[in-house]
Every structure is written in structure tokens, then in C-alpha cells.
Design a protein around this ligand. Structure first.
Ligand SMILES: Nc1ncnc2c1ncn2[C@@H]1O[C@H](COP(=O)(O)OP(=O)(O)OP(=O)(O)O)[C@@H](O)[C@H]1O
Length: 521
């Protein structure tokens, strides 16, 4: 009886079939070899059909040649994500020349479909885009005039509403899950600081070494016109619970009475920026791990959403991570700094909180170009989506780990690590442009070169895997900062980094450190 019930139950349930997608990888395209390999591994391939191993989505990468879409890559998607569309709807990538699509029915990626304003003929689509571009300003002016008249009538009404909002925002401050709390920092009088030499310059700031209340400090001066940057950075430092060993310690801020410049007083980092540190010296394997560990812990902490004793620290996306914005302290640990472009990711819709969120587009242009994630280069980042901003930081973290390991003498024969280079400096030169970088990183899907001989080192494969999982072109496929930092935690010095690292990777979401690091020194 039991047996027959069991058989009935098997036959009454439809067998869960795996998704089948068209498979094609055009070898002649410049689409990256590594990426192609990952698509090949996404399922078993038989001729032009792939049976997906882990996902229910088919993907297509198309480009327009003589007005016709030609498939570069057709395959199963590499990671599980939502793809509700039954047909493969075109999503433009770069300059409307490249399109991706994603869909969830068998063999749906064989045909790319076009949205309302797109047509099956991409030429017509481009002409629609062109028309839109040309007509837009005219329509814009007309609309603006209409709105201006209406706006005048509604102005007084809006003023009233704004008043109401401001008063309700005070109630809001006491809600910890979505708070805009700040810690009170004392204002510092510039006469209390004894300034010494300049130790750094950025796009906006000049940084001095100085002494304040008997301690060595760094004083970051911003010209009077950069009040917005000053306020953004100060606001981040004043968030409750922001103090962490891997985030530079904020001591206070103020304004100089003479030239009205703003200043921020920070704990002094003896080795300066990671950039200047790596330019001057190489590291041992253990030293490099210390740098990587503290760096990833700092980012994980910055991204965390913490609630402790009625204090709430919302997640923060740095958005300008680079080796110039990471400092190295005397103990050989990293500390994150320069939060002038950062965004506080509050999970609230209250306008009072929202208006404080930094959506400064200038930052995207000013942030060091080299570290910009492909989705940021392509302009596909929705500034309202926290995940995208944080995963942009993880991409930059991958580049920073690469930068550190490229200066680790234990990873090079005879200890001869190459001179320090920024990511993509070797491939694109020191004056790289947004266009060349977008083409290289986004379309060609290339990344900084990982030395081939690393494969022969016990930890080489693990390093490659970690880097590739940080700088994946698909932001959702990247590791998160929270999952990276435990990889370095409490690492005992012992043999076989690779074996234990692999185990660690399989248990990606465990928070216990499983890595035991090989000491090559
Ligand atoms: N606490 C510190 N200790 C030692 N050096 C520091 C410290 N803070 C900053 N510096 C030095 O000053 C440089 C510029 O600082 P910072 O990056 O904060 O300026 P910025 O104008 O905001 O930079 P960016 O051009 O990235 O926007 C750093 O790269 C570093 O060399």
C-alpha cells in the first residue's frame, strides 16, 4: 500500500524539468574567455542546446551589425535570479549597440524581442531614440512653461505641506529601524591645532599633519565652496556606531575664521594612503593578508546595518574606494577614509532622511575612474538600490586586493614583485579615459591581469577565484563584503591555504573562519 502510494505520488507530480536554453558562444567576439567559460559551465551542452544546472533563466548577449541583432553569447544564466519575462526582452547596454536579454521559458533566448518604443528593426529603434533626443528639448521647454504657471499657483500650498513634513520628521528620529540619528561631535577651534607639513592632496582637499591635544592628527581642509562635500563626509563620520579599527577615527570638525575653509580632524595614518604605501614598498604574504583582512573588515562594517542600545548605524556605500582613499596605519592595517561621495542607505522613504542621501553624480565622474564597476561605467546603477551601490564597492575591493597582492614579494619568483600600478594602468596607460575603460571593462569584460605563475602556487587558484568573485561583471554574482571579510578572519598560520579556502568557499555564508593560511615567509 505504502509502495503504491509512493508510486502514485511520483506520477501525480510533474517531474521538475530543467530549463533548456539555446547555447552559442561566438569565438570571434572579444567577449571575455573567462566569462565564456563560466557560461559553458552553467549547464550541460549538447549541440546548440544547454540544460541549465542551477538556474531557470536563459540569457542572450546581442550586438547590432548592419541593423540586425547578432548573438554573441546564448546560454543559461550563471546564477539564480529572477527573470519573470517569458520572452527575451532587449536591454540596451553600451551606446545602444549591445543588448542583453533574459527570459524564463525553454529556448526563449533564441529571439530577442523589442519593447514598445523599440521595434523588430533595430534601425527603427535607433531612429526613435534619435527623434526622442531631438524632440526632447522642445517638449521640455513647453512643459516647463506650463509647469511654471501651475507651480506658481501651488507654491503656497507646497510651502504648507513642507512645513508639515518637517514637523513630522522629528517624530521620525526616534524610530531606530529607520533613523537619522547622529552623534554629537564637538566643534574644534583651529587655534587648538598645531599644523605641520602637507601630507596629501585630493581633488578637493589638502591634508596636513598636525598636533591636537597631544596627539598626531591629520587635518583635511576643504575650500569654502565645498560645503556639500564637507557636510556629506562629516555626516558619515557622525553616524552612531561608526567607530571601527578599519575606519579612520574622526576627532571633530570646524571652520577656519579667516578664509572660511572647512576642516575635518582625523587620526593620523603613519604610512599615508595605500597607494603611496604600495608605491614605496613590497610586502610579505602575511603582511599582505593583514592589509586585505583589515580592508575587507572595514568595508563589511561600513555596509552593515547595526542596532545597539537604541543606536542605529545604517549601511553606508563608500562609492569612491581607491588606493588613495584607503589609509595604512603603523601596525600595517588599513583604514577606510574619504567619505565625501558616500551614500547612507536608509531603508526609509521619509523625505527628511532621503534628502540627506548623497546622490551626487559628480562623485561618479570624479571618483577614481580605474575602480568603477562595469554597471557604473555603463550608467546602469539605480541610485535608489542599495545593493547596486554596495556591490560597486565590492568590485573596487577586488581591484584593491589585486593591487595589494601584486606588490607581495612572496607571490613572485625571487621576491621581485613588479612596480606598483593602478588597475588597468598596464593595459590602458596612465591617462585612461571613460570610453577606453568602458570598452575594456564592460564590453570586452576584461580585468587586470593575474600572473599565470600564481596557478602554480598553493594559494594561487584561491586568489584567482576570490578576485574573480569580487569583480564579476554581474553585480549580483559578486560576493558581498560580509562574505569576504570572514575569509581572512582569525586566520591561523598553517599549511594549505587552498584546501581550506575551497572548503570555506563552499560554506560561503558561514561566519566561522575556515581559512588557514599558508605562511610562505
Ligand atoms: N588620516 C590621514 N592620515 C594620513 N594621511 C592622510 C589622512 N587622510 C588623508 N591623507 C592623505 O591625503 C590624501 C587626500 O585625502 P582625501 O582622499 O581625504 O582627499 P580628497 O580631496 O577627498 O580626495 P579625492 O580626490 O579622493 O576626493 C590621501 O590620499 C592621503 O594621502
Amino acid at each position: 500500500m505504502e509502495d503504491s502510494e509512493c508510486i502514485m505520488c511520483i506520477y501525480s507530480k510533474p517531474l521538475q524539468q530543467k530549463r533548456r536554453c539555446f547555447f552559442q558562444i561566438t569565438e570571434s567576439t572579444e567577449h571575455n574567455y573567462r566569462q565564456n567559460k563560466k557560461y559553458t559551465a552553467a549547464g550541460s551542452v549538447s549541440g546548440s542546446v544547454q540544460v541549465c544546472e542551477t538556474t531557470d533563466c536563459c540569457v542572450g548577449y546581442y550586438r547590432i551589425i548592419n541593423g540586425t541583432p547578432k548573438a554573441d553569447v546564448l546560454a543559461c544564466d550563471r546564477i539564480e535570479k529572477s527573470c519573470p519575462d517569458e520572452t527575451c526582452k532587449a536591454q540596451p547596454r553600451i551606446n545602444n549597440q549591445f543588448f542583453t536579454c533574459m527570459c524564463s521559458t525553454d529556448l526563449c533566448n533564441g529571439n530577442i524581442t523589442w519593447g514598445k518604443e523599440q521595434t523588430s528593426n533595430p534601425y527603427s529603434y535607433f531612429s526613435v531614440v534619435f527623434m526622442k533626443k531631438a524632440v526632447k528639448p522642445l517638449v521640455g521647454i513647453l512643459l516647463f512653461m506650463c509647469f511654471w504657471i501651475v507651480a506658481a499657483q501651488w507654491r503656497s500650498c507646497l510651502k504648507k505641506k513642507k512645513k508639515n513634513l518637517q514637523s513630522s520628521s522629528h517624530d521620525y528620529l526616534i524610530q531606530p529601524s529607520c533613523s537619522c540619528q547622529r552623534t554629537k561631535t564637538s566643534e574644534i577651534d583651529i587655534s587648538q591645532i598645531e599644523l605641520q607639513q602637507i601630507v596629501g592632496r585630493g581633488h578637493f582637499a589638502t591634508v596636513f599633519q598636525g598636533t591636537y591635544q597631544g596627539s598626531v592628527v591629520a587635518v583635511k581642509f576643504l575650500p569654502a565652496a565645498y560645503e556639500h562635500n564637507f557636510n556629506t563626509e562629516k555626516e558619515i563620520y557622525e553616524l552612531p556606531l561608526l567607530k571601527h579599527t578599519s575606519i579612520v577615527n574622526f576627532l571633530g570638525a570646524g571652520r577656519k575664521p579667516d578664509d572660511k575653509s572647512w576642516f575635518i580632524v582625523l587620526q593620523f595614518a603613519e604610512y599615508g594612503s595605500l597607494h603611496s604605501f604600495l608605491s614605496k614598498q613590497t610586502t610579505s604574504w602575511m603582511f599582505s593578508l593583514k592589509l586585505c583582512q583589515s580592508l575587507s573588515q572595514g568595508l563589511s562594517y561600513l555596509h552593515s546595518d547595526l542596532l545597539s542600545h537604541d543606536l542605529h548605524k545604517p549601511p553606508v556605500a563608500h562609492r569612491d574606494l581607491s588606493s588613495s582613499n584607503v589609509l595604512v596605519r603603523a601596525g600595517g592595517t588599513c583604514a577606510l577614509s574619504d567619505f565625501g561621495c558616500s551614500t547612507i542607505l536608509r531603508s526609509c522613504s521619509d523625505p527628511y532622511c532621503r534628502h540627506n542621501q548623497n546622490k551626487n553624480m559628480k562623485c561618479i565622474q570624479l571618483g577614481t575612474l580605474h575602480y568603477m564597476a562595469p554597471e557604473i561605467l555603463e550608467g546602469f546603477v539605480n541610485l535608489n538600490e542599495s545593493m547596486f551601490l554596495m556591490q560597486g564597492d565590492v568590485y573596487a575591493l577586488g581591484l584593491l586586493l589585486w593591487e595589494i597582492w601584486m606588490r607581495c614579494s612572496d607571490l613572485f619568483e625571487g621576491g621581485a614583485a613588479p612596480q606598483h600600478l593602478l588597475p588597468y594602468e598596464l593595459e590602458l596607460g596612465s591617462n585612461l579615459t571613460l570610453e577606453s575603460l568602458t570598452l575594456y571593462v564592460s564590453y570586452m569584460d576584461k580585468r587586470p591581469c593575474i600572473p599565470e605563475h600564481w596557478e602554480l602556487l598553493p594559494q594561487g587558484a584561491a586568489l584567482r577565484e576570490l578576485l574573480e568573485d569580487c569583480w564579476d561583471s554581474d553585480s549580483e554574482a559578486r560576493l558581498t563584503a560580509h562574505s569576504i571579510s570572514p575569509l581572512f578572519s582569525d586566520c591561523k598560520v598553517s599549511a594549505n591555504f587552498l584546501r581550506v579556502f575551497k572548503a570555506r568557499r563552499m560554506a560561503k555564508h558561514h561566519h566561522k573562519c575556515l581559512i588557514e593560511v599558508m605562511d610562505l615567509g
